[in-house]
Design a protein around this ligand. Structure first.
Ligand code: RFL
Ligand code: PHB
Length: 392
């Protein structure tokens, strides 16, 4: 049995765990990251693509600005297509902001490289990670690697292990409250080495279902179509995907859509989920471990980032100034922002998807709401302000 100690034990090396590890390290706080998967597996996951200003700022604070500032694309607007037309939300004019297009894969790679360069302790393929004892003054983590048992004694644990990880389950049922909505559809995503159909992101509402045109670079496109929850990737050969996408886009876009072989295809279910509280004793949940949003508002990764902003500040105040106030406020402060992002993501999802049981009345409500958004400066400003990200 090998035993180690650290100040902060971090479970999970997604963006939450890596960002926290890097920010703590830069502030002289010792930490160890335990990750169930291999490094290659974590790097292979294609997920988010849109970074809010707060996340961009945290990447800079974490010392990983260089490649993001060079390769990331700043977008000052995005569009919503419906009724064969395309309507732009000007983020700069309405909300004085912008978003950065930079893939989660790149964020992860940059942070992993920075942890390696800084001599970070990251354990990949850590099996059976569990929180063995959780007290008011510390915690013991247990795990196995290459057939050997390990213990990690921690002053604090950061549960950054995503929706399916063990951290949230370490909070007793008598304490934890969960709020959940599972949507009756999924997203089929496709990545292709083709020029994006539009120079900004386009969300499309169509009676056949929602579609999304996004990108990773000037030559790499990311598209999604709303699909059935029963669908498998095998049900969506490339030809079917492209044909369906084309049908859901306005003519101005479908006429110029460049198609090509897929590099990656995956199906994601859509869920809204919040766990309260986000702290129990010395365990702090961050990112998808504590909350999930449907991807329609591009908020998941960005919410993970705001949690890490609050959590890293709280650990720094504790270790540098023996001040526990921010740790004590952590859950409440995160949740205020989490619920507002949940609201926006839920609203965007309901506005743009075709519900399987949709009644004509609900259709008309969606039409009226879209018409209202694009005829009211106040509504469009509210959309823009949420899309660029509410302040921390
Ligand atoms: P992650 O990325 O899920 O990382 C959790 C890590 O914990 C590990 N883990 C364990 N490690 C040790 N022991 C265990 N027992 C463990 N169990 C799990 C996992 O292997 C993993 O490495 O959570 P994190 O770090 O909180 O980051 C959250 C984001 O990944 C997520 O919110 C976003 O990807 C959501 N999302 C989007 N967010 C945005 O802000 N903008 C977007 O444009 C956007 N698009 C998306 C998305 C998510 C999508 N999918 C597939 C759900 C598009 C899609 C399609
Ligand atoms: C993406 O590029 O993968 C993406 C963009 C916007 C979203 C969700 C995903 O709302």
């Amino acid at each position: 049995m090998a035993s180690e100690r650290t100040q902060v034990g971090i479970i999970g090396s997604g963006p939450s765990g890596l960002l926290l590890s890097q920010l703590l390290d830069r502030n002289g706080i010792d930490n160890v990251v335990l990750e169930r998967r291999s490094r290659q597996y974590v790097l292979g996951r294609i997920r988010a693509g849109v970074l809010e200003r707060g996340m961009v700022e945290l990447m800079r604070q974490a010392g990983v600005r260089e490649r993001m500032d060079r390769e990331g694309m700043v977008h000052h607007g995005f569009s919503i297509a419906f009724n064969n037309g395309i309507h732009r939300v000007d983020l700069r004019e309405l909300a004085g902001g912008s978003v950065m297009i930079y893939g989660q894969t790149e964020v992860t790679r940059d942070l992993m490289d920075a942890r390696d360069a800084g001599g970070g302790r990251l354990v990949y393929e850590a099996e059976e990670v569990r929180i063995d004892s959780l007290e008011e003054d510390g915690a013991l983590l247990r795990y196995r690697t290459s057939g050997e048992d390990h213990t990690l004694e921690c002053e604090f644990v950061a549960g950054c292990d995503g929706y399916y990880g063990p951290s949230r389950r370490a909070i007793p049922d008598t304490v934890l409250r969960v709020y959940e909505r599972v949507y009756p559809f999924g997203w089929m995503g496709l990545l292709s080495q083709t020029p994006p159909v539009h120079d900004e992101i386009v969300y499309a509402r169509h009676p056949r279902g929602f579609a999304l045109c996004s990108m990773r670079s000037a030559s790499l496109s990311r598209y999604y179509v709303q699909c059935s929850l029963d669908d498998q990737v095998a049900d969506w050969p490339d030809e079917r995907f492209w044909e369906e996408l084309r049908r859901r886009l306005p003519d101005t876009l479908s006429d110029i859509l460049v198609t090509g072989p897929s590099i990656e295809k995956s199906i994601a279910p859509l869920r809204s989920f919040v766990a309260e509280p986000m702290r129990y004793k010395r365990l702090f949940l961050a990112g998808d471990a504590g909350h999930i949003v449907p991807p329609t508002g591009a908020k998941g990764l960005n919410l993970a980032a705001s949690d890490i902003h609050y959590l890293s500040r709280a650990f720094i105040a504790w270790y540098h100034d023996s001040n526990a106030a921010l740790l004590d406020d952590y859950s409440e402060q995160c949740l205020r922002r989490v619920w507002k992002a949940e609201r926006f993501s839920w609203w965007m999802t309901n506005l743009l998807h075709t519900l399987p049981e949709n009644e004509p009345f609900e259709h008309r409500m969606q039409d009226a709401e879209l018409d209202y958004v694009f005829s009211s400066q106040a509504m469009m400003t509210a959309v823009a302000e949420n899309y660029v990200g509410l302040p921390y």
